[in-house]
Design a protein around this ligand. Structure first.
Ligand SMILES: NC(=O)c1ccc[n+]([C@@H]2O[C@H](COP(=O)([O-])OP(=O)(O)OC[C@H]3O[C@@H](n4cnc5c(N)ncnc54)[C@H](O)[C@@H]3O)[C@@H](O)[C@H]2O)c1
Ligand SMILES: [Zn+2]
Ligand SMILES: [Zn+2]
Length: 362
């Protein structure tokens, strides 16, 4: 099958023919229909998130089940599915505590003595976060998939695989935004725009979008932002948000992954409020925070892994929200590209010129 292989950091992905195995008892072979390009893929490509090579990136997919292993119960051939990197074992302490997004079980991986799921000429290719979705087929554990309604368009379903679940979940699950409250979202890419939509769906009264790109702010308004702040060297977004909200917001979401904007998010948070760190700060980078501000003004700073999801139940609900018109996904897709143009999608992301690019397979 055709796949975009990452052989080194900071180098273009190469389109290659690679081999995919046959499903083991609990594995599923999925024909990939669409895969969104998330900034976390770019983080890996740039070495900000270390990952062994060669690998096949891509972790925001939707597709159609082709073949299932003998013990698979969740899906059957022909089913439409979304893949999620939050594969859950179902038996570890985190899964049992209702936090499967933090699963640390290994039952969803192949054992070292088994042949790898992906290879080329007999040499293993590392599967990226249970998925490797920049490829025509994905061989995954059934617990990395959720079955969805067949009337859901698969290119838009793909966005739910990571960015939408992360942003919506940051608001609905991690922060548990309450109706009538105020929120700010710094960074309006696929993740931040989804956090804005999560705040709108939760009934937040005021949702302030912050970004350096003017067109992202226009899009943010269409998706639910009530106010926007153009972040630029001469416009301190913290002071603007404080002015707009008489001292700060109940919830501030950072959806970029920069120490400076994490600090801004903490400063934008009002007394007793919650800052949610959603953007991935590169490995090894520390964030200095205003300690007294957090302690004396009793602010909570929360990490958010994949929107604190329970994706098997969350994602079908998000699909319903889209089909009801309450979750807007059409507007979030800036470009649809074939796999051969995946490097262009990363270039566009580096320039901040896309909300989401989606790789579509024939
Ligand atoms: N926590 C999780 O589980 C999780 C899941 C998915 C993605 N992420 C992370 O979330 C972050 C965002 O991902 P994305 O795919 O939406 O990225 P993206 O590149 O599409 O969006 C980033 C946005 O931030 C804006 N921006 C950049 N610098 C800014 C600044 N100084 N002030 C204001 N705005 C600024 C850009 O204009 C862009 O709109 C990444 O770090 C990604 O790795 C985290
Ligand atoms: Zn992602
Ligand atoms: Zn588990």
């Amino acid at each position: 099958m055709k796949a975009a292989v990452m052989r080194a950091t900071k180098a273009p992905l190469t389109i290659e023919e690679i081999d995919v195995g046959a499903p083991g008892p609990r594995e599923v072979l999925v024909r990939t229909v669409a895969t969104g390009v998330c900034h976390s893929d770019l983080h890996v490509l740039e070495g900000a998130l270390p990952n062994p090579v060669p690998t096949v990136l891509g972790h925001e997919p939707a597709g159609v089940v082709e073949e299932v292993g003998s013990a698979v119960t969740h899906v059957a051939p022909g089913d439409h599915v979304i893949g999620c990197l939050s594969a859950f074992c179902g038996t570890c302490e985190y899964c049992l505590a209702g936090r499967p997004n933090l699963c640390e079980g290994e039952a969803t991986l192949r054992r070292p003595d088994e042949p790898p799921r992906l290879s080329k000429d007999g040499a293993p290719i590392v599967q990226f976060v249970h998925l490797s979705a920049f490829a025509e087929r994905m061989l995954v554990h059934e617990n990395a998939l959720v079955k969805i309604r067949k009337d859901m368009p698969l290119d838009r379903a793909a966005l739910i695989g990571c960015g939408v679940t992360t942003g919506l979940g940051a608001a609905l699950n991690t922060a548990r935004v309450r109706p009538g409250r105020t929120a700010a979202v710094i960074g309006c890419g696929g993740v931040g725009l989804s956090a804005i939509q999560g705040c709108r769906i939760a009934g937040a009264a005021r949702i302030i979008a912050v970004d350096t790109a003017e067109w992202k702010l226009d899009l943010a308004r269409r998706l639910g932002a009530t106010d926007v702040v153009h972040a630029s060297p001469d416009q301190n977004p913290v002071a603007r948000v404080a002015e707009m909200t008489a001292g700060g917001v109940d919830y501030a979401f950072e959806a970029i992954g920069l120490p400076a904007t994490v600090r801004q998010a903490v400063r934008m948070t009002r007394k007793g409020g919650t800052t949610v760190m959603v953007g991935v700060v590169p490995a090894g980078v520390n964030v200095e925070l205003p300690g007294a501000d957090i302690v004396l003004r009793e602010k909570s700073v929360l990490g958010c892994m994949m929107g604190s999801n329970r994706f098997r139940t969350d994602m079908p609900r998000y699909v319903d929200l889209y089909l009801d018109g309450r979750l807007k996904l059409d507007e979030m897709i800036t470009a649809r590209l074939p796999l051969e143009r995946v490097n262009e999608a990363f270039e566009t992301m580096r320039k901040g010129a896309a909300a989401r690019s989606v790789i579509v397979f024939e």
